[in-house]
Design a protein around this ligand. Structure first.
Ligand code: BG6
Length: 475
């Protein structure tokens, strides 16, 4: 036992996303989403970058989202296991294409609404608070084909309709909402982030920032609507977090790290403050960007979020002369390698103190409650001869991060809760693998789609259960 105690109302839990867990990609009227056309293997990256124009499903490719871990049919068993761990909060996302299969229908798909009603009622049965992301890396594919996805302002009202449908249908069952998962990722992985597909000769920056503007207006608009429908609703933005450290104290490196941080914080600056940051003008001039906006957009943007949620996997590092040769693809946001920290098997940096640094930066900058909605270690798990999975490395990783989370709270940061990423093993967003596991619960499935989908608690399951029960003391 230690002297770590979290606030008594601290929301402990875990997170999954529809496209990485549900499967059942065509069940009960669901439409095809962007993620359903992203294959496992060599065509995955070009597709995520929006560099493949043919976005059809091909018979010779394997698409991990189609079955995923079949949470669609297993949700009762899965939520019962989370309840056994003592979860106070469970972060899920709603698949837009389950509610509006094409995205632009007049009326929603009742079967889709029913599924999420059942999930939220199941959570309620165990006293688990749902934390719901409206858009986690998925856009109905019809909206990409017909409108060019988020580059088109038409998406603002289509998203408004979808979000309003959800706020009304799940009123009383859901209080905590996030509009867009890792909204800044649209700059780094534009097809997953915003359904963007580019043609040769496109000014990609222009298209990305136009899509960003449209998403930011949509996010503010539905924040306003959520508060009108139920004043209890708490709406958060969601950042793929992790500060950029300057590679050295050379002033040019420090300036570069500020610029790289601003790339990501640009979104949250607007969602929290309600207006564009002053540095945007120069950024747009340098990238030759001219946004199409309407005067009312700037009124809508004033509907700011209630809290700031973020994911944290690793800090990042910048130098004035960083380029494609010196940066790594790990962690999606390109960074140069930091020699002072270790890396996971996938080359993702491991920097627990960086979590405290990130939390302090976000809280100092925004003065809004924070919610850490993703953190965890993607690792290969082995089943021993007794059928047990002793994932000590995961326990160690999480322990170190939770200790730093607690340090940040002692620094004065307000943190509403913590949902570990992939509390049940699920499909990796970056690689499409099952073998990159984050869970407390093992799911029997391999990278090619073979397996029984049987669920087995790992050692970390019992460890996290104790952490929750003791509110951090047993760490
Ligand atoms: C975040 C995403 O970027 O990181 C998740 O919100 C994702 O969807 C998670 O799964 C971990 O990344 P990966 O690539 O290891 O699955």
């Amino acid at each position: 036992m230690n002297n770590i105690v979290f606030p008594s109302d601290f929301l402990w839990g875990g997170a999954i996303a529809a496209n990485q867990a549900e499967g059942a990609y065509l069940a009960d009227g669901k439409g095809i989403s962007t993620v359903d056309v992203i294959p496992h293997g060599k065509n995955r990256l070009p597709m995520k970058l929006g560099r493949i124009e043919d976005i059809s499903i091909k018979p010779d490719e394997y698409y991990p989202s189609h079955e995923a871990i079949n949470f669609y049919q297993n949700y009762k068993e899965d939520i019962a296991l989370l309840a056994e761990m003592g979860f106070k909060v469970f972060r899920v996302s709603i698949a837009w294409a389950r509610i509006f299969p094409n995205g632009d229908e007049k009326t929603p798909n009742q079967k889709g609404i029913e599924f999420y009603l059942n999930v939220f009622k199941e959570c309620q049965k165990y006293g688990i608070e749902p934390l719901v992301t409206l858009c986690h890396f998925d856009v109905p594919i019809h909206l990409v084909e017909k409108y060019g996805s988020w580059r088109n302002r038409a998406l603002i009202n289509l998203f408004e309709k979808y979000a309003t449908t959800c706020f009304k249908a799940f009123k009383g069952l859901v209080t905590y909402w996030l509009t867009f998962n890792e909204i800044n990722i649209l700059l780094h992985s534009p097809f997953s982030g915003a359904g963007l597909v580019f043609k040769a000769g496109d000014n990609e920056d222009q298209i990305k920032y136009q899509a960003a503007h449209n998403q930011l207006v949509a996010s503010a608009l539905v924040t306003k609507i959520a508060h009108e429908i139920d004043p209890n609703n708490q709406i958060g933005c969601m950042l793929a977090g992790g500060n950029f450290y300057p590679a050295t104290c050379k002033p040019e490196d420090v300036m570069k790290s500020i610029e790289k941080d601003r790339e990501n914080l640009f979104f949250i600056d607007i969602q929290v403050r309600g207006y564009y940051p002053s540095y945007a003008k120069r950024l747009f001039e340098e990238k030759n960007i001219s946004l199409h906006t309407e005067p009312e957009d700037f009124e809508v943007l004033k509907h700011t979020v209630d809290f700031v949620s973020f994911s944290y996997y690793a800090s990042r590092c910048a130098s004035a002369d960083m380029n494609d040769k010196t940066t790594s693809e790990a962690n999606v946001v390109k960074s140069i390698k930091n020699p002072y920290i270790t890396q996971s098997e996938w080359g993702w940096g491991i920097d627990p103190l960086g979590l405290r640094i990130t939390m302090n930066t976000l809280y100092d900058r925004y003065q809004k409650p924070l919610f850490l909605v993703e953190n965890g270690l993607g690792a290969i798990d082995e089943i021993d001869k007794n059928g047990a999975i002793n994932d000590e490395y995961r326990i160690d990783y999480l322990r170190q991060h939770i200790v730093q989370m607690h340090e940040a709270i002692k620094d004065g940061v307000i943190l509403l809760g913590f949902t570990t990423w992939g509390c049940i093993d699920l499909v990796s967003a970056s690689t499409g693998e099952m073998s990159k596991r984050y869970g407390f619960i093992y799911v029997d499935k391999d990278d090619k789609g073979n397996g029984t989908l049987k669920r087995t608690p790992k050692a970390s399951f019992y460890w996290y259960k104790d952490v929750i029960q003791s509110n951090g003391r047993s760490l």
